[in-house]
Ligand binder design. Sequence first.
Ligand code: SF4
Length: 381
Amino acid sequence: MIPGADEYGIDLTIADGAVEELLDVTPDDVSPAGELSFARNVFVPLTTACRYTCTYCTYFDPPGEATLMSPEEVRDVCRTGADAGCTEALFTFGDDPDDRYEAVHAQLDEWGHDSIHDYLRRVCGIALEEGLLPHANPGDQTREEMARVADLNASMGVMLETTADVGAHAGPRAKNPGQRLNTIRNAGELGVPFTTGILIGIGDDWADRAESLLAIREMHGRYGHVQEVIVQPVAENERWRGPTPSVDDLRRAVAMARYCLPDSVSVQVPPNLAPAREVVDCGIDDLGGVSPVTDDHINPDYAWPALRELRDIADGAGVPLRERLPVYERYLPGDLRPAGFDGDPAPGDWLSDRVRAALTAGDGAGERYRAVLRGESLAAD
Ligand code: SF4
C-alpha cells in the first residue's frame, strides 16, 4: 500500500507483475526520440517558505528567512523574460507555508490574500498581462486550491518523486506520497495538462521507482492529463548527505520511464540537473526549460549559453531541437495546433478561455506563442 493512499482516498493497485516487468527493462529496450524539445522560461521563485524539510532540498528557507516576491517583483521578472523571448512563467514554490511562517502570512494579509494559493492567482494574472503563460508548481494542492488558479495556467506540475516512504522525507513535517497522488488526481479531474516526475536516489529502491512510474501511468490512464514525466537524480548539495545516482542508474531509470509510459507522454531529463547527453539514447524527448534571464544580465541578441548547450545535446544525438510552449501541442484545440502536428491529440477540452485568449491575441505575446507553434522561434537565435 502506498503511504498516505488511504488517507487521501487514492484507489491505486500496482500489480507485482507490472513492477517485475519494469525491473527487467534496460536502455537496450527503448529507442531514441526523433527530436528534442524545450521551453523558454523565466523562473519566478514566488516563495521559499515550505512546511516540509526534505533533507536533499536547498530551496526552502526556515521561518524568518523565507522570501516572498511582491507583485511588482513578479511583474519585473515576467516583463524581462517576455522581452527576452520567453513564453513561460515557471512559478516555483515551497509547499504551503505553515503557521511557523508568520512574516509570510502577515505580508500576504497586508496584500489582501488569505493564502499563498490566493496570491498565486494574482501573480498568474500578472504573468499573462506581461506576455507569459503561467506554469505553476505550488506543491501539494487541494482540489479547491488548484481550481482557484487552474484557468490562469497553461499547465501545472508537481513532482511525485516517489511512492515510497523514504527517510529523506521523514521527520515531523514529512512529505506524503498519497497527498502528491491526490494533487495529480486533482489536476486530472480539473482537466489541467500536468507535469510530474520521479526523483531518484533519495532512499528509493528499484521497485519503488518502478511503482512510482506505474502509479503515474495509472493516473494518466484515468485522466489523460500527464504531458511529461521528469526523471531527475538527487543532486549533491550542502544539505544532502547521501550519495547521488550513477549515470548507469539514471540511464536505467530513464529507460524504465520511456518503456512504461505511452509514447505521447514526454520523458524529460533537465540538463542542468543531470547528464542529459548520457541519456539521449534512452528515450528522452524533452530537455525542460531554459531560462535566458539571470539576476544581473540579459542580452536578447546574444545566443544564451544554456540554449547553445541544448543545441549541442541535440546535435550530438543527431536530432533536431524544437521549442515548445509550456502546454504540449496535443493539449491544444485543433485550430491552434501547428499545421504539421502528427501526434496523438488528447481528447477533451484542456485550455481555459483565458489561456486561449492569450494564444490567439493579436499582441506581441500572441505572435510569439504562435511563432513557437509554427516552429519559427529558433531561427531568430
Ligand atoms: S517540499 Fe519541495 S521545497 Fe519543500 S523541502 Fe521538500 S523539496 Fe524542498
